[in-house]
Design a protein around this ligand. Sequence first.
Ligand code: AMP
Length: 114
Amino acid sequence: MSDCIFCKIIAGDIPADIVYQNDDVLAFRDLNPQAPLHVLVIPKKHIATINDMTATDAELVGKLYLAAQQIARQEGVADDGYRTVMNCNELAGQTVFHMHLHLLAGRAMNWPPG
Ligand code: AMP
């Protein structure tokens, strides 16, 4: 999608601090981190929101979690713990309409989330 900021990062048109990638998934540090570790894990395929997923995307979304698991290990936070969050649409606070899994770690997390 030409007007999608995350598609531009995938294309290399906008810089990002990339921590992991494979054929299907890209992960980079959030510009406005909400925890000592805050990484966004995104599919290279443009899918706007969870609502736009189809059954054919199920394996791809599973790969986001496998990437998050690997990044947590490489960043040394897997054993202490981490949170993954995916916001969907306005009330959840989604601001970028290209599905992304937030990986947050390095501090105690509150529950329920705000
Ligand atoms: P959400 O509010 O769930 O849609 O999350 C969007 C996230 O993308 C926010 O945490 C932003 O700080 C982050 N973000 C927006 N633009 C960029 C960018 N160019 N590079 C890295 N993170 C970004």
